[in-house]
Design a protein around this ligand. Structure first.
Ligand code: HEM
Length: 413
């Protein structure tokens, strides 16, 4: 392979599968690679586990700040998109695109909503929902279902909605908004900048109304905690809350849905491993870590160099764009034995699907793990066997490793 064949900007290259042969080539030949770009200065692609984890921690040199370029999207924006982005930036900042110390203050505030106790308090409700979702899928169409839309999509949506106190009749709005905001490259969700902005505005209005309600009628829920809590004299402003609502809706739904769907797709190819989980539910927590490694639902995040520096002999300049490829780090042969083999017994499994540590380590990691555990526990309790009816229909994106549809046959116990 010639390195110039590699085009990490091409959403199309990611349609049929993740181009792992590109990442294998980069890790072996150019682990720190200045990737060219037709209408821009190019960007660094980091593909080794050690470097991705290291740069995640070097927030001072590799910034997440929105004003420096943020973390989502590595391609130069055209004039229209740049304008829309500038407008959005003016509205306020999300924690995802802040550096310490601002990020630290913000994270302290929202951490109050993500205590282990708060997460555990959702478990019984989410288990009831998972049982309903699975029973309904078994009972409909003789057990023929779309694993993504009928099963995997529902639980993360319920979790975020329950977490934020969104009433059940409004829950599908969140699904629709987050699809519109993230899948804009994919023809099925192709919506253009205008509709993305529209989805944001609708979501902000919704978040605003929810916060207003809790301001006057505080309840024992996270929204009430968030809007009333104060850390070192800081409070969440209205726009902070709107942006947090947006961040959770997007970050918490797509990712967990795709992790479950990729897990299912891999288990369909390895039915003996599904059988192991049916026979021994104790195998599920380890299996989930392998699903996370295998899926790497967020394929990369961006950083932006804040100064000229040398890293492992490469001269990086202030303002350079940097991409951290979790999907590649999670298949690094220096860290994982037989990295391209799906093995639910893999242990230890130091994957970095939730980020490589550092200040932005996924806030929802424990919630996502709990949702996946509940889903696979209840599925293996009820469904003895699952067969594939059609190969997975993938999302066209180089950012989210997504599956849109996965038709399956469920065979109940
Ligand atoms: C399998 C599911 C998930 C995956 C793979 C995932 C992945 C990630 C990754 C890689 C980051 C690091 C971002 C960076 O370094 O710039 C992150 C951050 C974040 N995630 Fe997740 N996530 C998942 C589920 C969730 C859930 C369920 C929630 C919310 C309930 C959530 C909320 C967040 C938030 C708020 C941040 C930003 C944290 C910060 O900036 O300090 N995620 N996630």
């Amino acid at each position: 392979m010639d390195i110039s064949d590699i085009d990490l900007l091409s959403g199309e290259a990611f349609v049929d599968r993740v181009p792992h042969e590109w990442f294998d080539h980069l890790r072996a030949n150019a682990p720190i690679y200045k990737h060219p770009e037709p209408n821009g200065p190019g960007f660094w692609a980091f593909t080794k586990h050690e470097d991705v984890a290291q740069l995640n921690r070097m927030w001072h040199e590799f910034s997440s700040e929105q004003s420096r370029g943020g973390v989502v999207g590595i391609e130069e924006l055209d004039a229209e998109a740049a304008e829309a982005q500038a407008e959005f930036n003016e509205a306020g900042r999300m924690m995802l695109t802040m550096d310490p110390p601002d990020h630290t203050r913000y994270r302290k505030l929202v951490n109050r909503g993500f205590t282990p106790k708060a997460i555990r308090s959702l478990e019984d409700h989410l288990r009831d929902i998972a049982v309903k979702i699975i029973d309904r899928a078994i009972a409909t169409d003789d057990g023929q279902a779309d694993f993504v839309t009928d099963i995997a999509a529902e639980l993360p949506l319920e979790a975020i909605a329950e977490f934020l106190g969104v009433p059940s009749e409004d829950r599908h709005k969140i699904f629709d908004w987050s699809n519109r905001m993230i899948g804009s490259e994919d023809p099925e969700y192709m919506v253009g900048e205008e509709a993305v902005t529209e989805a944001r505005v609708e979501m902000f209005m919704y978040a605003h109304a929810l916060a207003e309600d809790r301001r006057t009628n505080p309840r024992d829920d996270i929204v009430s905690t968030l809007i009333h809590s104060e850390v070192d004299g800081d409070r969440l402003s209205e726009m902070d809350f709107n942006l947090f609502f947006l961040l959770l809706s997007v970050a918490g739904n797509e990712t967990t849905r795709n992790a479950m769907s990729h897990g299912m797709a891999a288990l369909l190819e390895h039915p003996e491993q599904y059988q192991m989980m049916v026979e021994d539910p104790g195998a599920i927590p380890t299996a989930i870590e392998e699903v996370l490694r295998w899926a790497s639902p967020v394929m990369y995040f961006r950083r932006n160099a804040t100064e000229d520096l040398e890293y492992k002999g490469h001269q990086i300049r202030e303002g350079d764009k940097v991409s951290l490829w979790y999907i590649s780090a999670n298949r690094d042969e220096d860290v994982f034995d037989r990295p391209h083999t799906f093995d639910i017994t893999r242990d230890p499994n130091p994957h970095i699907a939730f980020g490589g540590g550092g200040p932005h380590f996924c806030l929802g990691a424990n919630l996502a793990r709990m949702e996946m555990k509940i889903m696979f526990e209840e599925l293996t309790r009820r469904v003895s066997k699952i067969e594939s009816l059609q190969s997975p229909d993938r999302l066209q994106s180089n950012f989210i490793n997504g599956i849109k549809h996965l038709p399956v046959q469920l065979i109940a116990k």
